[in-house]
Design a protein around this ligand. Structure first.
Ligand code: PLP
Length: 373
């Protein structure tokens, strides 16, 4: 519709709308000029793994040595490699719902069984010990944890993580901690890495991260993970046969991003925070919509269940996908209905677009909601 010249407001973005900061691009250009265009070690260059190890120690308070770090072609690649390395046919992986839609597919692709555990509004969409107990079987291999969360924007507190960690240690399973949105925490919220809690959980955690969201580097395709040495070695072997090293030039850019000036991260964060406050306020003010205030990432998970059963232009609304389609066709607003995230009555709004676009889009959503009977 955009290509046809329609004035669409798109709330679907899964990536920052900022350009990659200039000093990072400069490092990449330098890498090309210096001829840094050959194979590197499959798990990433030593200098980048050292920088990531330092960052893990200083920012996340986790002691991953460089040989416990595997640099990959993006967070998705790291996650896929983890499942290849740890899953046997029929192994179960607990995935709290709402979930980022790729987790169950990645598990299934490796012959695993995703065990989806619904975590409602009353739990701020977070998993707890009771729910873990109910989902656990003798086939459970791992739990996937994502904080800050896509699509809910929720963050796990230290106490919540301690409760989960105690369960993981007791059952001797893995936790895969996807921390890709760690730099996008707002107010006085601090991201906490589960692996940093104690030695026992450290031995059972694989910490996943990437450059995409924090540094506006989605297209560069660099992710990384830290893991116990035996797991890191297995993942490294998988990657070596599968894709070899991540792009050499992008690795130089990643090195600059991680070890260079972090002002750009703070600036993007401040901009996201301003948008977050505005969009959340608007969602709360609009008839029939509701949300829990997001604390991190750049999404609002909107409860549209009050619209279900109501009518728009004489047509019954049965789920958020109907809402999305009415919004798109009549109001030129694109939202992401969340059936694929496990929640058909919810839709996701991304605030990785300008405040001006957000205002325009929210005015249109408000108009739609007011016209529903
Ligand atoms: N994990 C979560 C929760 C995500 O939302 C995304 C991207 O949307 C990723 C991982 C993958 O990021 P990357 O672009 O580094 O593959």
């Amino acid at each position: 519709m955009k290509a046809m010249g329609k004035d669409i407001v798109g709330f679907g973005a899964g990536e920052p709308d900022f350009n990659t900061p200039e000093h990072i691009c400069t490092a990449a250009k330098r890498a090309i000029d210096d001829g840094f265009t050959k194979y590197t070690p499959a798990s990433g260059t030593n200098e980048l793994k050292e920088a990531i190890s330092k960052k893990f120690k200083e920012f996340n308070h986790i002691n991953y040595e460089p040989n416990q770090v595997v640099v990959s072609n993006g967070g998705k690649h790291s996650l896929t490699n983890i499942f290849i390395a740890i899953l046997n046919e029929g192994d179960e992986v607990i995935i709290p719902s709402p979930f980022w839609l790729s987790y169950p597919e990645m598990v299934k692709l490796q012959g695993g069984v995703p065990v989806i555990v619904r975590c409602g509004k009353e739990d701020n969409f977070k998993i707890n010990r009771e729910k873990l107990e109910a989902a656990f079987t003798d086939k459970t291999k791992a739990l996937v944890l994502n904080s800050p969360n896509n699509p809910t924007g929720m963050l796990y507190s230290k106490e919540e993580l301690e409760e989960i960690a105690a369960f993981i240690v007791e059952k001797n399973i893995y936790v895969i901690s996807d921390e890709i949105y760690e730099n996008l925490c707002y107010g006085n919220q601090e991201p906490i890495s589960i692996a940093s809690l104690n030695d026992e959980i450290y031995k059972r955690t694989i910490t996943v991260n990437g450059l995409a969201k924090s540094y506006a580097m989605t297209g560069w395709r660099i992710g990384y993970l830290g893991a116990p040495l035996d797991v890191a070695k297995a993942i490294s072997a998988v990657q070596s046969h599968e894709t070899s090293n991540p792009n050499s030039v992008a690795q130089k850019a990643a090195l600059e991003a991680i070890s260079g000036d972090q002002t750009c991260v703070r600036e993007m964060n401040a901009e996201f925070d301003e948008r977050r406050k505005y969009i959340y306020k608007r969602v709360c003010e609009i008839n029939h919509l509701d949300a829990i205030e997001p604390q991190g990432a750049f999404y609002v998970f909107v409860d549209a269940s009050d619209l279900v059963g109501k009518k728009y232009k004489g047509q019954e609304i049965t789920c958020a996908a109907d809402v999305a389609s009415f919004l798109l066709n009549d109001y030129y607003v694109a939202v992401v209905p969340c059936a694929d995230f496990g929640w058909p009555e919810y839709f996701r709004l991304s605030y990785a677009i300008s405040l001006e676009q957000i205002k325009k889009g929210m005015d249109r959503i408000e108009e739609f909601c007011n016209s529903v009977e």
